[in-house]
Design a binder for this molecule. Structure first.
Ligand code: ADP
Ligand code: MG
Length: 174
């Protein structure tokens, strides 16, 4: 069956979208914790350091065995094995900043995520692993319903949202 990976910088709306899609939802951050794939914590940044080799292999195995539509959600999904479709959510850094300010992130963690979004890191990484399976949606100004509809079109109707159209690099000039 089909395995869909929902990825993107923290705050772009992955969890919100994924919870609205039909299919069996797997949050890979939870998987990393519950299966002991967390190797430690980066004290300086406050990030969990995840054993990507193990997480990737585990996700790939789940995909291979599954006989239902699977929705994997998380900012590391695109680094994992097993995707049939990768959907990268993109959000203008200015909008993203408003959302991240509501989280208890440090200033440097917010800055780091905004830079990653402006540069399109998730898309670049996803294209490297999944050059023909990566889709990119600019969710800036979209309602959750509208985003769900686009994702459903990709998943159910085979519509394509090829990367390359979205460019947030201007944010660096501000
Ligand atoms: P992620 O899982 O990518 O970190 P979330 O799904 O937790 O992102 O969403 C981050 C915040 O943005 C939440 O407060 C959520 O309610 C809000 N949000 C998500 N999608 C939209 C949307 N389409 N329009 C406005 N706000 C949204
Ligand atoms: Mg989330």
């Amino acid at each position: 069956m089909t395995s869909v990976f929902i990825t993107g910088t923290p705050g772009v709306g992955k969890t919100t979208l994924a919870s609205r899609l039909n299919g069996r939802l797997i949050k890979i951050n939870d998987v990393a914790v519950s299966h002991g794939f967390v190797m430690g914590v980066d004290e300086k940044k406050g990030y969990k350091v995840i054993d990507m080799e193990k997480l990737s292999a585990y996700v790939g195995e789940v995909c291979e065995k599954s006989d239902e539509l699977m929705i994997f959600e998380g900012h590391l999904t695109h680094l994992c094995d097993g995707a049939d479709i990768v959907i990268v959510l993109r959000l203008e850094p200015e909008e993203l900043e408003k959302r991240l300010l509501k989280r208890n992130y440090t200033d440097s963690k917010i800055r780091e995520n905004l830079e990653a979004e402006a540069m399109g890191i998730c898309t670049a990484e996803s294209l490297e692993k999944y050059p023909d399976k990566t889709h990119e949606i600019d969710v800036t100004g979209l309602t959750v319903d509208e985003t769900v509809e686009i994702a459903e079109n990709i998943i159910r109707n085979g519509e394509c949202y090829p990367p390359g159209e979205i460019d947030f690099m201007e944010w660096f000039l501000k």
